[in-house]
Write a protein that binds this ligand. Structure first.
Ligand code: ADP
Ligand code: ZN
Ligand code: ZN
Length: 739
C-alpha cells in the first residue's frame, strides 16, 4: 500500500503551529503549497491553506482527520507570496495562519473560486439609441436613466458604475429592459468599475520631464531586474508622480507588472484618475472603498496578469503578480502603511522583502521621508534621488512664517493677525486653506466654578463637543451623549468651551465671511459616499474659497488656487509623549505647507504657535525638512531610539487593572533579556480606553538579530502563561506609535 500523504495546513486561528491532515485517495488531485482546502477544525468546517505536503507526521496517522475538499487546482498564493508571508510571520511574531488569511480578500478566505465571475453589462438597444427620453415623462427616473445611457461615453455599463451615479437604479432599469430600450449581457471581463479597472487612453497632458526628474527616472529604469531600493525625496509639487508614471511606462513596455502602494486611495481619487488617464493599460485598484466582489475581481485580474498595474493600500502588497517588476510606495513616511491591529506589519518594510526575493527595484517616494529611510540612505542601503524644484515652471515653494499667538486675542482658535491675512487673500481672489488636526467643535466642555470636565467614562480622555447636534462624543471609544446645558456637578449655568476644532473654526468664519463658500473637510463632513470627492472638486475648482480641514487635507492633494495656508495648532506635536512626535509634526507642517502656491500665484504659509522659540520649529523653517531631520536624528541617536535601536512593544489590555500588570510581569520574568533593554510594565500613555486598562512592556536592543532570536522562542509560549487568558495581548514589532 502506498504511504498516505499528509497535508500541513494553516488555518485562520491565533495559534503558532500548523495542523496535519490526511489526503485521502478519493481526492481528485493532490493540492500543492498555496492551495486552499476545506477541513474539519474542532466542530467547524474551515478553509485552510496548504503549507506543504509531507510524508510523515508527528501525530499518529489514525488520529489525523482527512482533508474534505481541495478548493484550488493552482495555488492562490504563489510561491513568492508564501515566502514573503512566512518571513513576515517570523519577523512580526504573528501566527502564520492569521498572516496568510489576512493576505487574502474576503471571498477567497471564504472559499470562493479564484476566477472572475460573469457580471451584468447593460447597453442601449437599437430602439434605445433613438428613443426620446421625453416620451417617458410619466416615469421621470426611467427617462433620466435612459438619457444617462445615451450620454454615457461607455457603450456598456455595470452595476458599480451605476451605483456611483445613482441611488435606486435597479427598478427603473428593469422597466427599461422590459420595454427593450436597454439590453443585458452576462460577461466576465471588465468586472470592475471604470475607476477600479480601466483601459486608459494615453492622454495629451504628458509633460516633458525636467532634468532632475529624468535623472531620477533613468536611475530606477536601469535597476530593473535587480534588487535595489531608491528613496525619491522631492519637495511637494516637484513632480514625483510624473517620475512614477515615466518609470511605469517603461516597465510596461518591458511586459512587467507594477505595484503602486499609497496611503489611502479614497483620500486621493485624483491620483488614481491620473494613472488611469495616462497609462494605456489595465489598472486594478485595491482599497477599502471596494465591495467584496470588486476586490475579488481586482485581485484575480492582478494574479492572472490581466491587470498590469495595481494601485492599492497596504494590504495590496500581498497580491500575487506573476510579472511583477517594480514596487512603488508613495508617501513612504505615512503611518498608515503600518497595520495597527492584528497582524501588525509595515507594508514598506515588507515591500523591500518582496522585492529582494524577486530581485526587483523598489521606489520609495516622499517630500518628508521617514527617519528610518533617511538613516538607510546614510548607511548606503538606499540610493537617494532628489527633486529640489517644483515641477511646473512657474510654481515656487511658499514663504513660511511663525505667528506668535501668546497673549493675543484668539477668537475661536484664530488670531486677529491670521484673520486679517485671510481677509487680504480673499480680497485678492486667493484661496485659503486652514489646517487643524482636531475635528468637532471643541475638545471638551468645562465648568469654571467647580472644574468639572467632559471626561469619558470609559477612557482617559475628554469627550469632544459637536455643535451641530449638541452631542459629546468620545473620539477614542465612540461613546456619545447629549451635551449638558449647565454643570451636572454644581448646576452652574454656563459652561466654558475651551479650544477649537474644525467645526468651531467653520462656524466662526461663516459669521465673519457670510458671502464666501466655506468648506470643511474632515471625517465628520465626508461620511457619506461621494461627499469627499465632491468637496475635493469644489476645492480644486476654487469654488470653495476657504477650506478647513484635518489630515485629510494634508495628503497629496493638488489645489492650484490656494495662496494662503494657515496651520492653527502645531504645539501638540512639539510636546508629544511619542518619540516620533516631532518627526510627525514636521512632516505634517511640510505636507500642509506644500498645498500653497502650487499654481501660478505665490503662496504663503502661517503657523500659529505658542512656542515660537522652539528650536526644532526654527530649524524646520530655516533649513527645511532635511536640515530638521539631521538635527532631530542626532537627538534620536542620543536617546537611543529607532532607527538607532530596534523596538518591540508587548501590549495588553484588561478589564481589571491588575490583570494586565500581572501578565506583563509574567512576561518579564520568563523573558531571557540578555542584550535587551526592558522598560515596564508601564501603563500606556492613554491608560484606559473603552473601559480597558492598557499596559505595555517595551523591549529595545541594538541588535535586531538578538531581539528577534529571543522573541522567536518566547512568543509562542505566551499563549500558555497562567495570566494570559485574562488579557488581550499583542506583539508590536517596530511600533509606529506608543499609544
Ligand atoms: P508631487 O507628486 O511631487 O507632489 P506632482 O507630480 O503632483 O508632484 O506634480 C505637481 C504639479 O507639477 C502637477 O500639476 C504636475 O502636472 C506639474 N509638473 C510635474 N512635473 C512637471 C514637468 N516636468 N513640467 C511641467 N509640469 C510638471
Ligand atoms: Zn460645576
Ligand atoms: Zn471613550
Amino acid at each position: 500500500m502506498a504511504k498516505p500523504l499528509i497535508a500541513r495546513i494553516a488555518v485562520p486561528v491565533p495559534l503558532y503551529h500548523f495542523f496535519d491532515y490526511l489526503l485521502p485517495d478519493t481526492l481528485d488531485n493532490v493540492p500543492s503549497a498555496g492551495c486552499r482546502v476545506r477541513v474539519q477544525f474542532g466542530r467547524k468546517s474551515l478553509v485552510g491553506l496548504v503549507v506543504s505536503i509531507e510524508s510523515e507526521s508527528d501525530y499518529a496517522l489514525n488520529k489525523l482527520k482527512p482533508v474534505l475538499e481541495v478548493l484550488d487546482s493552482r495555488p492562490v498564493l504563489t510561491a513568492d507570496i508564501m515566502r514573503l508571508l512566512t518571513w513576515a510571520a517570523g519577523y512580526y511574531h504573528h501566527p502564520f495562519g492569521e498572516v496568510v488569511f489576512s493576505a487574502l480578500p474576503k471571498r477567497l478566505k471564504e472559499g470562493e473560486v479564484a476566477e472572475l465571475k460573469p457580471q451584468s453589462h447593460w447597453s442601449l438597444t437599437e430602439t434605445g439609441h433613438t428613443a426620446d427620453p421625453a416620451d417617458l415623462k410619466r416615469a421621470p427616473k426611467q427617462a433620466a436613466l435612459l438619457s444617462y445611457f445615451q450620454n454615457s461615453v461607455d457603450a456598456e455599463l455595470i452595476s458599480s458604475q451605476l451605483n456611483s451615479d445613482w441611488d435606486n437604479w435597479r427598478a427603473p432599469l428593469k422597466s427599461l429592459v422590459k420595454q427593450s430600450l436597454i439590453g443585458i449581457q452576462e460577461k466576465v471581463q471588465s468586472a470592475l468599475s471604470k475607476n477600479d479597472v480601466s483601459t486608459g487612453e494615453s492622454s495629451a497632458d504628458i509633460c516633458q520631464l525636467n532634468s532632475e526628474q529624468a535623472v531620477a527616472a533613468a536611475e530606477v529604469v536601469q535597476a530593473f531586474n535587480s534588487y535595489q531600493t531608491f528613496l525619491l525625496q522631492g519637495i511637494t509639487g516637484s513632480g514625483k508622480t510624473e517620475v512614477y508614471l515615466e518609470i511605469i511606462e517603461q516597465a510596461l513596455a518591458l511586459q512587467l507588472q507594477v505595484l503602486v502602494l499609497v496611503p489611502e486611495i479614497s483620500l486621493t481619487p485624483q491620483l488614481t484618475r491620473r494613472f488611469t488617464s495616462r497609462l494605456n493599460t489595465v489598472i486594478a485598484s485595491l482599497h477599502s472603498g471596494l465591495n467584496d466582489t470588486q476586490r475579488h475581481s481586482a485581485w484575480v485580474q492582478a494574479s492572472k496578469g490581466i491587470a498590469r498595474v495595481v494601485i492599492g493600500t497596504r494590504s495590496a502588497l500581498f497580491t500575487p503578480m506573476p510579472d511583477l517588476g517594480l514596487i512603488i510606495l508613495d508617501e513612504e513616511h505615512d503611518a498608515s502603511f503600518k497595520q495597527q491591529e492584528g497582524f501588525r506589519y509595515h507594508a514598506r518594510d515588507l515591500a523591500l522583502i518582496r522585492a529582494r526575493n524577486k530581485k526587483i527595484p523598489v521606489l520609495l517616494g516622499s517630500a518628508t521621508p521617514s527617519f528610518e529611510s533617511l538613516e538607510n540612505v546614510r548607511r548606503q542601503l538606499y540610493a537617494l534621488l532628489t527633486l529640489k524644484h517644483r515641477g511646473a515652471a512657474d510654481a515656487r515653494p511658499p514663504t513660511v512664517s511663525l505667528l506668535d499667538v501668546c497673549r493675543r486675542p484668539m477668537e475661536d482658535g484664530i488670531s486677529d493677525q491670521l484673520l486679517s491675512k485671510i481677509t487680504e487673500h480673499i480680497n485678492h481672489d486667493g484661496q485659503v486653506l486652514l489646517f487643524l488636526n482636531r475635528r468637532g467643535y471643541a475638545p471638551l466642555l468645562m465648568c469654571h466654578e467647580c472644574g468639572w470636565t467632559t471626561a469619558c467614562q470609559r477612557c482617559d480622555a475628554n469627550m469632544t463637543l459637536h455643535h451641530h447636534n449638541q452631542q459629546l462624543r468620545c473620539h477614542h471609544c465612540g461613546y456619545e451623549k447629549p451635551a449638558p446645558a449647565s454643570c451636572p456637578e454644581c448646576n452652574h449655568e454656563s459652561l466654558y468651551i475651551p479650544g477649537a476644532g474644525t467645526e468651531r473654526i467653520e462656524v466662526a468664519l461663516k459669521e465673519k465671511f457670510p458671502s464666501i463658500v466655506i468648506s470643511r473637510i474632515d471625517r465628520d463632513t465626508t461620511r457619506r459616499k461621494g461627499e469627499l470627492d465632491k468637496k475635493l472638486k469644489q476645492a480644486r475648482s476654487g469654488e470653495a474659497q476657504i477650506l478647513i480641514g484635518t489630515q485629510m487635507l494634508a495628503k497629496g492633494h493638488d489645489f492650484p488656487n490656494v495662496t494662503l495656508v494657515g496651520i492653527l495648532n502645531v504645539d501638540q506635536g512639539l510636546f508629544s509623549a511619542d518619540f516620533r512626535g516631532t518627526e510627525h509634526m514636521a512632516q505634517l507642517i511640510v505636507q500642509v505647507s506644500g498645498r500653497a502656491g502650487r499654481g501660478k500665484k505665490a503662496g504663503e504659509v502661517i503657523i500659529q504657535t505658542h512656542h515660537p522659540e522652539h528650536p526644532l520649529l526654527h530649524t524646520l523653517l530655516e533649513s527645511g525638512y532635511s536640515g530638521f531631520a539631521k538635527t532631530a536624528l542626532i537627538e534620536r541617536k542620543q536617546a537611543h531610539f529607532p532607527p538607532f535601536s530596534y523596538m518591540v512593544i508587548v501590549r495588553c489590555e484588561s478589564i481589571q487593572k491588575h490583570h494586565g500588570l500581572e501578565f506583563l510581569n509574567e512576561c518579564r520574568q520568563t523573558l531571557n533579556f540578555e542584550g535587551i533593554e526592558l522598560f515596564g510594565p508601564l501603563p500606556a500613555p492613554m491608560e484606559r480606553r473603552a473601559g480597558r486598562y492598557r499596559w505595555q512592556l517595551i523591549l529595545l536592543s541594538n541588535e535586531r538579530k538578538k531581539l528577534h532570536g529571543v522573541l522567536q522562542h518566547w512568543v509562542p509560549k505566551i499563549t500558555k502563561f497562567k495570566t494570559t487568558n485574562k488579557v488581550r495581548w499583542s506583539i508590536d514589532v517596530d511600533p509606529q506609535d506608543m499609544f
